[in-house]
Ligand binder design. Structure first.
Ligand code: HEM
Length: 536
């Protein structure tokens, strides 16, 4: 059934009651009392002490004292925008998701771009991964595609994420450096984590210094699942292809711009939208039938691997247009709470251990960052469809949930149909068959850490290769501990001997021969490096 109201307008209309323009209005306290002076406190005598009684002073200062919330533990610096998504052709063969089938529907979206390592006030031009998080306000609930501008990740298992982030963030003793990976703890960790080799090639490439958010690709990174109305599933990787093409700046340009305008990317996005120059991306999918799961020489569940586009082409299936700046940075860009677990029928997860851990982490952190269990009621998080369940109470509940009952089953009040059968609709998890022993390990199919790193390096043009070498020289040149530099040269030599040699010369070091075996206690004894000869 078609929505009664055109959905783009629907989200806008839903946000309107919360969007208040104070222009020309009389000032009041938070209880609505009209006041005529919020500039002078109440005093005992003209030069006397301020009085505790002064509720106007107390309210104003108390609110101010509580205005900051924790910044995101990662991706703290971001810029957001509203827009719309439209699918080109029905995707019913693969997914029953309504917003990927109905070509008439314009699904409202909110997108937040971000850097990863820096704090909220850090520069846009850092050499870093960029977040590319998209919220679709669909008629079946919110769907979030929480991706990055690089198609792979540093680690294969979410349990390592706190270590990775501790290593990349400013060092714990002196909080140096801000928003940069050029320091000992980061490279120490990377040199001991061979599975990050592929990602490091991307992060040292020009992709890590985009010209504009409008000129970045986006990737869902993990392999997800599409499920069609017949219950048939296929694997899917999501891509965003910018219609302006992919462009980067050179490192010296990045440093220059960063000094002059650390808000360069934020300003560029804002100005483009204000001037009606709406940024656009096409949504791409790589689809792999379930029965082809084991046809690749890498594991589809391993987030350090891409599916080369030569093997599975990217089909472009729809278009995203960003067409409206937020009214309020805090209420929208800061309070939006993305999560991979926000899915709709027709889309499901896989057993990628990075994905599985993320499914826990986002809501957990948002319970703290947004102050308790009711953050889905914040205007930017509210779906465009109604929400009914038995969840009540908690800090800052916005609903007056009426009725006597907040439990099921009940015979006294609000009753949901007791048991909706799957044929009647509603989300059902794809019934993937699983079996096995409970073991804390990594699949051997995850242990090739260098082939795709090498593939990426070899795919670069000569100028791009030079940039990559220069980036490594700059970054490792900031590392004080020689053993860390040497260990990194060992890793680089497993990717490409020539690359390692060029970096070694710049650093005044020799490539260790044979390369020092990276120590990674999480890799089983018959682990990664044994299968790999150094490249000659
Ligand atoms: C935030 C992407 C891995 C935990 C984000 C954001 C993006 C993102 C885009 C910013 C969302 C926003 O703009 O509000 C990714 C990608 C990953 C990845 C593409 C790997 C494929 C992980 C892992 C964990 C994690 C493994 C934890 C186990 C977090 C947390 C936040 C975050 C806690 C902050 C969320 C908030 O405060 O709202 N991630 N991430 N991420 N990510 Fe990830």
């Amino acid at each position: 059934e078609k929505p009664a109201v055109e959905p783009t307008n629907e989200k806008r209309r839903k946000l309107e009651p919360y969007t208040d323009d104070a222009q020309g209005k009389k000032m009041t306290t938070n209880t609505g009392l009209f006041i005529n002076d919020d500039q002078n406190s109440l005093k005992a005598g003209e030069r006397g002490p301020s009085l505790l009684e002064d509720f106007i002073l107390r309210e104003k200062i108390t609110h101010f004292d509580h205005e900051r919330i924790p910044e995101r533990v990662v991706h703290a610096r971001g810029s957001g925008a509203h827009g719309v998504f439209k699918v080109y052709k029905p995707m019913a063969e693969y997914t029953k998701a309504q917003f990927l089938n109905d070509t008439e529907i314009e699904t409202p979206v909110f997108v937040r771009f971000s850097t990863v390592a820096g704090s909220r006030g850090s520069t846009d031009l850092a050499r870093d991964v960029r977040g590319f998080a998209v919220r679709f306000y669909t008629q079946e609930g919110n769907f979030d595609l929480v991706g990055n501008n690089m198609p792979v990740f540093f680690i294969q298992d979410a349990i390592k994420f706190p270590d990775l982030i501790h290593a990349v963030k400013p060092e714990p003793d002196n909080e140096i450096p801000q928003a940069a990976s050029a320091h000992d703890t980061f490279w120490d960790y990377i040199s001991l984590t061979p599975e990050s080799a592929h990602m490091i090639m991307w992060v040292m490439s020009d992709r890590a210094i985009p010209r504009s958010y409008r000129m970045m690709e986006g990737f869902g990174v993990h392999t997800f699942r599409f499920v069609n109305a017949q219950g048939v599933a296929s694997f899917v990787k999501f891509h965003w292809k910018p219609l302006l093409g992919v462009h980067s700046v050179a490192w010296d340009e990045a440093q220059n711009i960063s000094g002059k305008d650390p808000d360069f990317h934020r300003r560029d996005l804002w100005d483009a939208i204000e001037s009606g120059n709406f940024p656009e991306w096409e949504l791409g999918v790589q689809i792999v039938p379930e029965e082809d799961e084991f046809k690749f020489d890498f594991d589809l569940l391993d987030a350090t691997k891409i599916i080369p586009e030569e093997l599975v082409p990217v089909q472009r299936i729809g278009k995203l247009t960003l067409n409206r700046n937020p009214d309020n940075f805090f209420a929208e860009t800061e309070q939006i709470a993305f999560h991979l677990g926000h899915i709709v029928p027709g889309i499901d997860f896989t057993n990628d251990p990075l994905l599985q851990g993320r499914l826990f982490s986002y809501t957990d952190t948002q319970l703290l960052r947004l102050g308790g269990p009711n953050f889905q009621q914040l205007p930017i998080n509210k779906p465009v469809v109604p929400v009914y369940n038995n969840q009540r109470d908690g800090f800052s509940r916005q609903n007056i949930d009426s009725g006597k009952t907040n439990y099921s089953p009940n015979s006294l009040g609000n009753n949901y149909p007791e048991q909706v059968r799957a044929e009647q609709g509603g989300y059902t998890t794809y019934p993937e068959r699983v079996e096995g022993y409970k073991i804390r390990t990594r699949s051997k199919s995850f242990l090739d850490h260098f082939s795709q790193a090498r593939l990426f390096f070899n795919s670069q043009s000569d100028p791009e290769k030079n940039h990559l070498v220069e980036a490594l020289c700059f970054e490792l040149g900031k590392v004080k501990t020689v053993a860390v530099r040497e260990r990194m040269l060992g890793i680089l030599s497993l990717i490409d001997k020539g690359l390692a040699a060029q970096v070694a010369v710049a650093l005044g070091l020799h490539v260790p021969h044979p390369p020092e075996q990276p120590v990674n206690k999480n890799v089983p004894a018959d682990g990664a490096l044994e299968n790999y000869e150094p490249v000659n």
